[in-house]
Design a binder for this molecule. Sequence first.
Ligand SMILES: *[C@@H]1O[C@H](CO)[C@@H](O)[C@H](O)[C@H]1NC(C)=O
Ligand SMILES: *[C@@H]1O[C@H](CO)[C@@H](O)[C@H](O)[C@H]1NC(C)=O
Length: 492
Amino acid sequence: MISTVIFLVFGLCGTGGASAVERAAGQRSLQTSRSLYEAAPLSPSDLIIVYITTPSRLPLVHATRPARRGIRTVIILQDASEAARLNELYGGEKSEHNETFLAWVDPAAGAGAGVKSGPYGHMPPAVTHPLHLLGPAWAMAPLLAHAAVLASSSTPPLATTAAATAASAAASSAAGGSSPPPPYRWMLIARDDTLWRPHQVIRLLSQYDDGVAAAISDHFIDFNGRKLLAPSPAAAVCLPCSFNLTELLGRRHPPGVPQPSCPVCRPAGGCEFRFNLCGGLTGGPYCGTKRFLGSGDRCSHSWAAGGAGVALSITLLTYLDQEEWAGCVRAQRPSTGERCLGRCLWRNGFSFTHPAAGLSDGLTRNVFSTQHMLFGNPFVRQEIFGSNADAVLGPAYNADEEAVKAAAAAATGVELVPGTELRDGAAAGIAMPTSTRLPPAGEHDCDADCRQWLLRRGVNVHLDVPYTDGIDITSAATVLQTAAENVARASD
Ligand SMILES: *[C@@H]1O[C@H](CO)[C@@H](O)[C@H](O)[C@H]1NC(C)=O
Ligand SMILES: *[C@@H]1O[C@H](CO)[C@@H](O)[C@H](O)[C@H]1NC(C)=O
């Protein structure tokens, strides 16, 4: 249905079917945003940063303030009264830091009696990682932030639902193009210890049309039925619409390359790429099980690594219905928010667009080159945090690894060995991937040119503060704050 609407809008633009265009655009605000994309350069006020955190980790979010000047930030917590208290304390969106605190109060949680009811129902399965506890709020966060920003936007008429917004945008565009700008254009969501770099974000997103539904990242995770791939070279994703593969790779390019997809990336496109990459065969270094390969658009979804994050266009958010989305989130028994986000986007007919920056800059022929990742690249992390990160967090990493192993063994009664066939990687308590950190011996894979390019392009860095007790949050926040001040000072 969605693709029909898009096709209609695009198809009719050429033939000048004005009234039909209005009818089609009455449902979606494609045209308004499209002209904006062509006319107005992206600025920090077009961005929203979304963080999901707990009160004890809030200092990490506050530490990134210097780098977020002029960017609205929505901070999602588990607890509504805590969110209200923090809005009072920090002045909410009217404060100089422009921070709004929200919580997701799941209406289904109160419906049944019993303390244990919640997003995971009356018989919640054992969670094996703190990120599973934050999962539902994380997965709801983009929709909550979208609704809150629309509601507080001064743009008349005040729209409270996606449909109303799209309709009013389309109406004003039909009335002569002097429509008010959308309340934001791109939403950035990652972990609470991810530091976004606004110059680089704007440089990347300026290449994309926020008037089409897009979820952009280049750092993905897959569970292939046997193990986690992080970052995954087999992610079910598309390349940007504007890419010409013949130009970039020559006429005889290799078969296992994601295809450019227009105007949006659908699951079927991603599945086709994965199937071709694997030659239709399971096993090998990453092709896993049959379910992973799937058929048609029924392969298993990929997700953007939490610390690396993803950029979502406002148009994508206007397609998503909050109630339906909440149903999808509740059905994800315990899962990390980032994985749930990937799955629910997939359920709604969307997959991710991979910017393949190294390929388009002629630096590599490998779309999934980890060296050229712009989101959560470990080399950029090292450049930005220096040795501070590992000095502060190194001991915690070692302890965390042991704790996760113990928790997983206790929860499942089996020791996890690579290659074990598992029904669901998250439920079995597989350790969280650490792909945003540099592996101990990986320092020599990126020379001076590589680092320079990455510093210019990398959109964020993930400090990666473990979600365990006994972490020195104050010291970690100091590392983040120093880096955020440097990011704010940098002119490029
Ligand atoms: C918060 O951000 C929005 C969008 O950038 C801006 O319009 C508003 O003035 C900001 N508020 C403050 C108090 O800076
Ligand atoms: C892609 O590039 C090739 C080679 O430059 C060109 O012949 C072809 O027309 C291009 N395709 C599109 C759709 O622009």
